[in-house]
Design a protein around this ligand. Structure first.
Ligand code: PRX
Length: 654
């Protein structure tokens, strides 16, 4: 975040008290929040134990709450057993079996619904089918699917039989898919004959075939869902249609009761090295925090229609589509398609059509939709909306105010929720109806989450409005357990900086006089492009893998809609291209990165130079590159540069 932004955010003094009508009906009142906060402060473990007993239907109750013997590999509710799918589905059948669990809208406007009973039956059929194909507890199953109810069904079916799912976002390339399959040692891929986005077909099966043609020996079967009806290649003996897998299977399936620590899923996310990390989540702790935050932060009630627009390829689509709201017995909306298809009113049309009451999306989507003008949302009936949320990146006060005024009609509280793939569930957020909100602030930690800001030495920064490292001082149930296959990297990435004293989130933040947090951005080499994490190293490795590239450096550049755009500096092999040649080569490299990583990782801008600016010790001067990417005046010391003329090249001037 630039200093100018920091300035403007720090001078943000608007505060919005909760709406009285909302407060009168809210699930949590100020007194409840105080009581929870007091209870958590008095006895952290007893607090989580009480909630875990109340919220989860345990098969075997736990007797030990927190096991710190292997810290920082903390374990929660260690001797308890449960099944997550049972807790999301079966527990509701008696009281709300006919209640709608999922409302689905396809990009072409088709829609269908599934009641809790129908969803449970569908999950059971697939779970039985997976078992019949030899999938057992602990096996890894990669899902590479479009955003349809079947994605949720597949996740829940894995959970039901104790298989560990690893969802790979459908926008990632064949190579990314392959790397994740190999790292997870997956036995099965579940995919589709294609997905829909922006009027285009996403060729998921073709990408799967390419991935599997590149030394992916662990895969035994590929299950293919029919979505588009197009012709695809089915490999004899390996590929099975979803419909055949469930054919003849019973719509009841005895859940596999697993230990609370049994991994529920892996989800790969970018870090500061080339290879994404397989974030490993647990069953019991994860379920507890996602269910609780669904109730507390989204104030879910039985008549709500909750729409979280995230794809299941991201953690938000795990915690607030596939698990948390179902555990809370809510009705959720799933939409497969682009927010702007066929026009900028699509999201609002869906809200109107299904009477969405709670809407949760990313700042990048808000900024993109804001561009279509107020008339677009104003032409839809959004009167059912009662609560709005954002996640994934800092929201600029302008977008916050637009969301508040035009979408929320100044009546809906906005919950700006801070959390991460690693935290599993929301960590900081207003409690709607209780917490006064301030544009750009995720306000305070939820009860039981011990957030703090510390300086370079790990000392707490007590003075208000002083930036520092955001850390979490105490373990919490839904925290990541490790990085799959690389516990050293887990410790090094999240704990070592301050001698295992705190979980280090990788974000910088400030806290004001009232204890309200504002996230300033990442402190590592991780970019946040449209709310999605991308490592600069990943993009650099993809670029240098091309024969035309000798060296590459990638930095973020502030972008009005995406938050951050990807800016790449490339040293080409041979003569540096200029003019038309540079444009052509940039296109080749952008397409290449698209193939290597996926379209979201394509650099927005590529500059060619004869070499990169380095310090005497050979480190690339990234700060300098960031300054150039922003088009700002260079104030850094450039006297160590071998070749000052390269600055003009980097600026794209020569
Ligand atoms: O930098 C923070 C930003 O997104 C990062 C986590 O990214 P990811 O693991 O992909 O998960 C995104 C969805 C939970 C954080 O380290 N971030 C997330 N939420 C916010 C945010 N930045 C500011 N405000 C938020 N509400």
């Amino acid at each position: 975040m630039s200093e100018k932004n920091l300035e403007s955010i720090l001078h943000e003094s608007r505060s919005f008290p909760p709406n009285a009508e909302f407060t009168s009906k809210a699930r949590l009142k100020a007194a409840d929040l105080e009581a929870l906060t007091r209870e958590a402060a008095a006895d952290h473990e007893a607090y989580w134990a009480r909630l875990a007993r109340e919220e989860i239907d345990w098969h075997t109750p736990f007797t030990q709450t927190l096991d710190e013997s292997n810290a920082p590999n903390y374990r929660w509710f260690t001797d308890g057993t449960l099944n997550v799918s049972h807790n999301c589905l079966d527990v509701h059948l008696e009281a709300r079996g006919d209640k709608t669990a999922i409302i689905f809208e396809a990009e072409n406007g088709d829609s269908r619904t599934l009641s809790y009973r129908e969803l449970t039956a569908a999950v059971c059929r697939l779970a039985n089918g997976l078992r019949a194909q030899g999938i057992q507890s602990g096996d890894r199953v990669v899902l590479y699917m479009p955003m349809t109810p079947e994605a949720v069904i597949a996740m829940q079916a894995c959970a039901r039989i104790g298989a560990i799912h690893s969802v790979v976002f459908g926008g990632f390339s064949a190579k990314s898919l392959r790397d994740r399959i190999v790292d997870a040692g997956a036995k099965m891929v579940i995919t589709a004959d294609g997905g829909h986005r922006g009027g285009q077909i996403i060729a998921l099966k073709e990408a799967t075939d390419t991935a599997l043609s590149q030394e992916c020996e662990t895969i035994e079967h590929v299950v293919v869902l029919r979505c588009t009806g197009r012709d695809i290649n089915m490999v004899e003996g390996r590929d099975l249609w979803w419909s055949d897998v469930i054919d003849g299977q019973a719509d009841q399936c005895e859940p596999e009761f697993v230990n609370a620590e049994h991994p529920l899923f892996l989800l790969y996310t970018s870090g500061s090295t080339g290879m994404p990390k397989g974030i490993q989540h647990s069953s019991g702790g994860y379920l507890l925090n996602t269910k609780l935050t669904s109730k507390w932060v989204f104030d879910l009630n039985d008549d709500d229609v909750f729409w979280c627009t995230a794809d299941v390829g991201w953690v938000t689509g795990h915690s607030y589509v596939a698990y948390g709201p179902l555990a809370a017995g809510a009705t959720i909306v799933i939409y497969e398609g682009a927010p702007t298809y066929p026009d900028g009113g699509r999201f609002w049309k869906i809200c109107q059509q299904y009477g969405v009451t709670i809407f949760y999306t990313a700042p990048t989507a808000i900024r993109a939709l804001m561009r279509f003008g107020d008339e677009v949302p104003l032409s839809y009936d959004l009167s059912k909306l009662r609560l709005l949320g954002t996640v994934g990146e800092p929201i600029n006060p302008e977008a916050w105010m637009w969301y508040h005024r035009v979408i929320g009609k100044e009546r809906c509280p906005i919950v700006d929720t801070w959390w991460q793939t690693e935290t599993g569930a929301i960590m900081m957020s207003p409690i709607p109806g209780v917490t006064a909100t301030k544009p750009g602030s995720c306000t305070r930690p939820i009860p039981g989450i011990a957030a703090a800001i510390v300086d370079e030495e790990g000392e707490r920064v007590e003075a208000p409005n002083q930036g520092g490292y955001l850390v979490i001082e105490k373990p919490w149930p839904s925290m990541l357990r490790t990085i799959w296959g690389d516990n050293d990297r887990y410790i090094e990435t999240y704990w070592e900086k301050f001698n295992n004293r705190y979980y280090v989130a990788g974000d910088s933040a400030v806290c004001d006089e009232e204890g309200y947090y504002r996230i300033m951005g990442r402190i590592d080499d991780v970019l946040n492009v449209s709310g999605h994490r991308l490592g600069t190293m990943e993009v650099e490795s993809a670029l240098v893998a091309h024969e035309l590239v000798v060296e590459a450096a990638v930095v973020g550049q502030p972008h009005e809609i995406k938050g951050e755009a990807i800016f790449a500096y490339v040293v080409p092999r041979g003569a540096r291209p200029v003019g038309e040649d540079a444009v052509a080569m940039a296109k080749v490299l952008r397409d290449w990165v698209g193939e290597e990583l996926g379209a979201i990782a394509k650099p927005d801008d590529i500059r060619f130079a004869d070499n990169l600016p380095k310090t005497r010790s050979g480190k690339i001067m990234r700060r300098l590159l960031r300054t150039i990417a922003k088009g700002e005046e260079i104030t850094q010391d450039t006297s160590t540069l071998e070749n000052e003329a390269i600055l003009d090249q980097l600026r794209g001037e020569k």
